[in-house]
Design a protein around this ligand. Structure first.
Ligand code: UD1
Ligand code: MG
Length: 409
């Protein structure tokens, strides 16, 4: 029966992809007519690029998911066995969180929301999902690494696993808030937002399939993840086709929040939120590296995307310039650390009797450009995709090889 559901889900995903393709072509002129577009800041032409096209794919995705909802439950129609309400609830709560993320993204595209809203809204929209997780009696137990148990053994007898209860819920809430924002702040290069999401979702699909084949006790959890991810991947692949260099459409914040939330939701429903974090290594690094600018310890310009040079048709590191006196003590500390470990390009100069500081904007994109020098935008996206794919390979190595050394998995 589950194979039948997966086949239907795959078929609906393929239909969704075709509909996305046609709708995007139909809506490109409509977006421009309605003045819903952005300007590609790394091009000499100032042609309008329809934005946020992610809303079209997100709508198709929701329709596919709504049509799919009854499919996994066909076998209970007219059956005497008890209906699996917890499974239906899990799908519905996931869809609530994803729908609210799409709403938040669209609001951000239209209104340019403040950071506190971008943090508060996903926190609250995670509640239905966490509530269902709680009432379904899902586990909040984490394994203790065998190595740690052996090291501590002479002093304490540590158990194999420990129930961290509400701390686990805080962790899952943080995963949701992090994922919804992480893709949006690793952006500004043609094809990057859709490309990274595609690599992560395909990696998670491979992980789910491997787990389905290897471990049968978590069967439903990996299956539900595939139900959500196959249509997402199909719609995102089409979006990537239009968003890759040279972008014919921009995905918008709608796509970034939808994508982040979908990945977070499947990891929670599929019980692999810790593994998901390993697939998010580039985003986690980018987030930590960005923290001084996100929290304004260091001044943050509106856009941190690379700087375009029309003559050579290349992009290079973009810089933030500010008075030394504007720097807060946490800002000074973070710049000192980044400088120490070679992650910062910094220049101090004097102008009008004041000391000014020039640093590269703190994103992984600018960091790549710091080490490589200027390059063509499409090449930059290929390098960033290469990093993302390498991290997925590393994640598989960590999850399937290293984890088995440390845990009894
Ligand atoms: C986030 C980043 C910002 C980055 C921006 C790029 C943080 C805190 N914010 O802001 O630094 O500059 O994404 O999306 O890190 N654009 C391009 N080429 C692209 C993609 C986007 O030129 O390939 C430009 C277009 O003008 C587009 C605009 O970026 O209209 C979209 O920016 P938006 O998504 O509103 O920026 P934020 O998500 O707020
Ligand atoms: Mg954005």
């Amino acid at each position: 029966m589950s194979l039948f559901s997966l086949l239907i889900n795959g078929g609906l995903s393929a239909v969704g992809a075709v509909i996305c393709y046609r709708l995007i072509l139909t809506y490109i002129p409509i977006f421009i007519q309605r003045k819903m577009y952005g300007n590609d800041q790394s091009k000499t032409s100032n042609d309008p690029v329809p934005e946020p096209m992610g809303v079209i794919c997100a709508a198709v995705y929701l329709i596919v998911m709504f049509i799919f909802i009854p499919v996994p439950f066909f076998e209970w129609v007219g059956s005497e066995t008890e209906f699996p309400y917890a499974k239906l609830l899990a799908i519905l709560s996931g869809l609530i969180s994803i729908s609210t993320a799409i709403l938040l993204g669209f609001a951000d595209d239209m209104l340019d929301l403040r950071w506190r809203h971008k943090l508060l809204f996903p926190t609250l929209s995670s509640l239905p999902l966490l509530m269902v997780y709680y009432v379904s009696g899902n586990s909040t137990t984490v394994m203790i690494p065998g190595l740690l148990r052996h090291l501590i053994h002479p002093f304490f007898d540590l158990p194999i696993s420990v129930n961290i209860s509400f701390v686990y819920y805080i962790f899952m809430g943080m995963v949701i808030v992090f994922c919804t924002n992480a893709i949006n702040i690793l952006a500004g290069v043609n094809g990057l937002e859709s490309g990274q999401s595609l690599v992560i979702s395909i990696s998670v699909i491979i992980f789910n399939v491997v787990q389905l084949i290897r471990v049968d006790s978590q069967y439903w959890h990996h299956l539900i993840s595939l139900y959500f991810l196959l249509p997402f991947t199909a719609c995102t692949a089409i979006l990537f086709h239009f968003n890759k260099y040279p972008s014919r459409v921009f995905v918008g914040d709608t796509f970034c929040y939808w994508s982040g939330m979908t990945l977070a939701v499947v990891s929670i429903l599929g019980h692999f939120s810790k593994t998901l974090m390993v697939f998010f290594i580039p985003q986690t690094f980018n987030f930590i590296y960005s923290l001084p600018q996100l929290f304004h310890f260091v001044p943050c310009p509106r856009h941190r995307m690379p700087k375009y040079d029309g003559k050579s048709d290349t992009v290079s590191m973009s810089k933030a310039i500010f008075k030394k006196s504007e720097l807060k003590s946490l800002g000074k500390l973070s710049l000192f650390i980044f400088n120490l470990v070679g992650l910062l390009e910094k220049r101090e100069f004097e102008k009008d009797g004041e000391i000014w500081i020039e640093i590269n904007n703190l994103t992984i994109i600018n960091l790549v450009l710091k080490f490589s020098g200027p390059m063509h935008e499409s090449r930059l996206n290929q390098v960033l995709m290469g990093i993302q794919i390498s991290c997925s390979i590393l994640a598989f190595f960590i999850r399937f090889y290293l984890a088995s050394l440390f845990y009894d998995v």
